[in-house]
Design a protein around this ligand. Structure first.
Ligand code: ADE
Length: 225
């Protein structure tokens, strides 16, 4: 699966993909991530990509031409399934959206800055608008990294133990059960006896019960959907 991320701050996206699971996924050619510097597509000598908003108001707006030039160049090279704009007014990212996107081939992700991007980019090129939550960040780069991580780990072969993505919180609509490792007792705090019992059936039933309880307590909204 290929991701093309368009940004004015490519340096912000150097590190998130250079470690651990995502790094291995790229080495195994399961994921291909390309970061494009929007300024290289600016059509003026100062390499500026923003301008004042029509109608007045505070903040600058990212212009259509550089985005159009970069998107159209990419689209002339291969077919893209989605052009996604990271924005706080998009649909809130959840496991279902990540699951759906993990089965496509090629995705372009646009990172906004300043006041946002010219509405015509959204109208003409963007196929999905995604938010990572009801708060505003300084730009779309960190949201883009979060989206890529959430999708890439679902691609078969990316996680060494595929079942571990299936048992993630949210995959079955519930939060995860508590987990423990050695030592069995630390400063008087004990691991629940059931987990040491070796009784698989009872452990599975305990985990189901804990998942339900935790979800009821912390995220009752998940049970009402
Ligand atoms: N850009 C700025 N804030 C954002 C958010 N919450 N989600 C996605 N993109 C953003």
């Amino acid at each position: 699966m290929r991701f093309d991320i368009i940004t004015v701050l490519p340096g912000l996206l150097e590190s998130p993909f250079a470690h651990s699971i995502l790094q291995r996924a790229q080495k195994k050619d399961l994921v291909d991530i390309h970061v494009h510097n929007l300024r290289e597509y600016a059509n003026n000598k100062h390499k500026s990509v923003d301008d004042y908003p029509y109608g007045g108001g505070s903040g600058m707006v990212m212009q259509i031409e550089p985005f159009a030039a970069c998107i159209e160049k990419l689209q002339s090279e291969r077919k893209y399934d989605e052009v996604i704009y990271m924005t706080p007014d998009g649909a809130t990212l959840n496991q279902q959206i990540a699951n759906e996107l993990s089965s496509v081939e090629n995705i372009i992700i646009l990172c906004g800055h300043y006041k946002g991007i010219d509405q015509r980019i959204r109208d003409i090129f963007v196929t999905k608008e995604i938010s990572i939550g009801d708060y505003v960040l300084s730009g779309g780069e960190l949201p883009a990294a979060i989206l890529v991580d959430a999708i890439a780990r679902l691609i078969p072969g990316v996680l060494s133990d595929e079942t571990s993505a299936l048992s993630d919180s949210f995959q079955d609509g519930l939060l995860d059960a508590p987990i423990y490792t050695r030592p069995a007792e630390w400063r008087g705090h004990k691991v629940p006896d059931i987990l040491l019992s070796g009784h698989e059936g009872k452990i599975a039933a305990w985990r189901d019960e804990q998942q339900l309880e935790r979800t009821k307590q912390r995220r009752p909204d998940l049970l009402n959907d």
